[in-house]
Write a protein that binds this ligand. Structure first.
Ligand SMILES: [Zn+2]
Length: 384
């Protein structure tokens, strides 16, 4: 009996999963397109995302993160701008070279269109405001290129916005220019993303944005106490703007205690990481790839496994605080050196739906979590 009912549930889960429009708000695959020249049409032996696995996992829309690492490319200036532009070109090229697989999208309507035509919608978000180079006109430029969200800061604070990743961010929120950035994004219809920003910056965004605010890839601080996660108070405030918390899959940001264990491992493997970096003769981006490969191998061996159930703990927490309309998913695939054991790549997304179903979520709830809530926010934000 047990076996039979489990089989029925698995079939239901897959059907519900296939029917839903699934929107992942954050993956770092654009860097792989640029630095490794990966061909996303084929099943890749590494990483977390390609078209083959996306189809297997039922993914309908992927926001590609346009991430400018300020320590490698500058916190502004021509190199930061160039780094953003080459990634944007690489994402746009997906749809140009393989229109049978990808559709470049900027709206909720575009995503629905791509899904109806069995293509994957490719969208873009800027991770950190370094590439706007303290010039409001650049926000419009990136908007014209197709960028539809931006987080003011990644792990390094800017003059106009504090980050959760450094000491300056502890007291730094948005200055006058930062508030102008939020106004310009609201005017254009570009979503404001609070992932990675400092607490003061979070509150300045909430108090200044006239449109729904999102977290593209974040967790709950009440479960995993890391500075870049959201407190209960923040989750409630973000939901009040009409926005969505997209729960990240990265173990460090969802599993209690994982970050302290990781710090210990990082200290121990530091010489190995350094050697790998020195042995790599390529540019700064390739050296970073070499370092990350060592980290990924060591984390897999030495850090505790995390399962999809922990992701759903965070989803449950947001739902409990803010209701079913304010939660989504932001994997951070291809931007992290560890993944849950049963959500190793985009191909495993049905396991998330199975777990949601097991916890008692209805098909309507699951539709909202997997993408429906973000489609609503996109429609709201693009309204003039
Ligand atoms: Zn990130």
């Amino acid at each position: 009996m047990t076996n039979k009912s489990e089989t029925v549930t698995a079939v239901d889960a897959l059907e519900i999963h296939r029917r839903a429009i699934i929107v992942d708000m954050h993956a770092d695959t654009a860097q792989r397109l640029v630095d490794e020249r990966v061909d996303l049409e084929r099943l890749l032996p590494d990483g977390h995302l390609d078209a083959v696995r996306a189809r297997e996992g039922g993914l309908d829309a992927q926001f590609f993160s346009i991430w400018v690492e300020p320590e490698l490319f500058g916190g502004g200036g021509p190199r930061a701008i160039k780094r953003a532009e080459v990634q944007i070109e690489a994402v746009r090229a997906l749809a140009e070279k393989h229109p049978e697989t990808w559709e470049l999208a900027t709206t909720a309507g575009d995503i629905r269109h791509a899904a109806a035509n069995r293509r994957i919608a490719a969208l873009m978000g800027l991770e950190g405001g370094y590439a706007i180079d303290e010039n409001l006109k650049n926000i419009d430029r990136y908007y014209q290129m197709g960028v539809r969200y931006m987080s003011p800061a990644w792990s390094v604070s800017l003059s106009w916005a504090g980050s959760s990743g450094d000491a300056a961010g502890k007291s730094r929120g948005l200055n006058d220019f930062g508030r102008q950035v939020v106004r310009e994004m609201n005017r254009l219809g570009m979503m404001v993303d609070v992932s990675h920003v400092s607490d003061p910056t979070f509150w300045d965004i909430i108090n200044n944005s006239t449109k729904p605010v999102i977290a593209s890839h974040s967790g709950c601080r009440a479960i995993a106490n890391v500075p870049r996660n959201l407190t209960d108070e923040m989750i409630v405030a973000l939901a009040k703007t009409g926005g969505v918390v997209n729960v990240i899959f990265y173990p460090e940001h969802i599993e209690p205690g994982w970050t302290d264990k990781k710090k210990k491992v990082d200290a121990e493997i530091e010489p190995l990481v350094r050697q790998a970096s020195e042995a790599e003769k390529g540019d700064a981006a390739h050296k970073k790839l070499a370092r990350d490969r060592v980290r990924a191998a060591k984390y897999l061996k030495r850090l505790p496994p995390v399962s999809v159930a922990r992701i759903v703990d965070h989803i449950d927490h947001v739902v409990k605080l803010a209701g079913i309309d304010h939660v989504g998913i932001g994997s951070d695939f291809d931007g992290v050196q560890a993944v849950p054991t049963d959500l190793k790549s985009v191909a495993d997304l049905p396991n998330l739906t199975k777990e949601l179903l097991r916890r008692g979520y209805s098909e309507g709830d699951i539709d909202k979590i997997l993408g429906g809530n973000m489609l609503r926010v996109m429609e709201e934000v693009q309204k003039k």
